[in-house]
Write a protein that binds this ligand. Structure first.
Ligand code: F6R
Length: 256
């Protein structure tokens, strides 16, 4: 894991944006895995401002609420079009977001896996992290080998996401999420976390044991993971000084 600690959220976001921009320049038909929530908002704004060519890019989102109409302002379909897709030249047919209104949920999950495979796999997966360590909506005790499927959100995640819905009772309890096994097959993972309320989950994921109790900890087994943090999110890392030193000492060819 490469831990990149920056003084501010904006600085950490800019590092992440440069990593993605480089990929899109090197591989114009890249396959990106994308996340929603508050964490990637500044990343999407930065990417939009970079005027990159998205015409041949394919995207797969991590997750979607079940039963929320596509046009609902809090659906991840709405989120992605509002915050990224409508601002870039992506082809509509290259955008993939799980269908939370499918009549046959297991079938649509299998089809999603098939579509990822048919696209050649995900080159780079953007991840946020829940305060309980979830990635995608793979909540604690998710199988570390899981594939795209239905999950039930924890009460903590429903509480955390109530801020988007106005009240906790309006947060859907069920979601479709890429599995941890699916995420682990991405060629590269890019995890972003900002703010002090992510510090515990990040410390457990980076420096704790690999355990399904903190699903993000499985990323320790992935060969190419970058973790972009602001100072508060790095606040509980025991080896933060070492990570800073590594980043500052990078040979020029390794910098972003
Ligand atoms: C969203 C997703 C989730 C979020 C996580 C953090 O697509 O997969 O894992 O990344 O819940 O959410 P925020 O960024 O709102 O704190």
């Amino acid at each position: 894991m490469e831990i990149i600690i920056q003084p501010t959220q904006q600085a950490a976001t800019e590092v992440a944006a440069r990593i993605i921009a480089r990929l899109l320049r090197d591989k114009p038909n890249a396959v990106l895995g994308l996340a929603t929530g508050s964490t990637p908002l500044s990343l999407y704004q930065t990417l939009i401002s970079m005027n990159l060519d998205w015409s041949r890019v394919t995207t797969f989102n991590l997750d979607e609420y079940i039963g929320l109409p596509r046009e609902h302002p809090q659906s991840y379909h709405s989120f992605m079009w509002e915050n990224l897709f409508q601002h870039v030249n992506i082809a509509k047919e290259n955008v993939h977001i799980p269908d939370g209104n499918a009549a046959d949920i297991p079938k649509t999950c299998q089809e999603y896996e098939d579509q990822i495979r048919a696209a050649g796999g995900i080159d780079l997966q953007v991840l946020g992290i829940g305060t309980d360590g979830h990635i995608g909506f793979n909540e604690p005790t998710s199988s570390l080998a899981s594939r795209t499927r239905i999950k039930t959100l924890t009460q903590q995640t429903c509480k955390d996401n109530a801020r988007f819905f106005g009240s906790e009772k309006d947060v859907p309890h069920h979601v479709i999420t890429m599995g941890i096994g699916t995420i682990m097959e991405a060629r590269q993972n890019l995890l972003l976390a900002f703010g002090p309320n992510k510090a515990r989950a990040i410390a457990e994921a980076v420096e704790g044991p690999i355990t399904s109790l903190n699903p993000a900890s499985v990323l320790q087994m992935h060969p190419t993971v970058k973790v972009c943090l602001d100072e508060p999110a790095a606040g509980e890392l025991k080896r933060a000084d070492y990570y800073r030193w590594v980043y500052e000492s990078k040979p020029a060819w390794q910098t972003f």
